[in-house]
Design a binder for this molecule. Structure first.
Ligand SMILES: [Zn+2]
Length: 141
């Protein structure tokens, strides 16, 4: 008797182990992806928890580290309140986005959302940011 299977390797075994490897790879890939997604969510949560001031300060710090933030134009008349040097202060208008405040949220609940329609969820606040080239201090006016 000549079986047609003779001479051929048992095709089931290598296919199964190959499948096993693929399954393992997919499993690890899913594991890594899940880890990445969890990390991303954690970063997002941390981002949400930041107050607008903290976020602005951090953005500022990043910009400063990159050296692209030049603090606007020089104000020759300004005297630095930190080192009392005249003419080294640079000023720039900055807009800080303010999120919904606790007080606003409470009043929204009390008025059934009417106050929110009037004031909006987030407001933008304009500030002058000043930076002294002499002592390196940065402050918001
Ligand atoms: Zn100064």
């Amino acid at each position: 008797m000549c079986s047609p299977n003779i001479g051929k390797p048992q095709s089931n075994q290598p296919t199964l182990s190959l499948k096993g490897i693929v399954v393992m790879e997919v499993f690890f890939l899913v594991l890594i992806m899940t880890g990445l997604i969890v990390a991303l969510i954690l970063v997002c949560i941390r981002e949400i928890k930041l107050t607008p001031e903290q976020r602005a300060r951090r953005t500022l710090r990043r910009l400063k580290a990159r050296g692209s933030h030049n603090y606007g134009s020089n104000s020759p008349a300004m005297i630095c309140p930190h080192c009392q040097t005249k003419g080294t202060v640079r000023t720039e208008w900055i807009t800080q986005k303010k999120g919904i405040s606790g007080g606003k949220a409470t009043s929204a609940i009390l008025t059934g959302g009417l106050s929110l329609l009037a004031t909006g969820l987030s407001r933008k606040e304009d500030h002058i940011e000043a930076h002294c080239n002499n002592c390196g201090m940065t402050w918001v006016i």
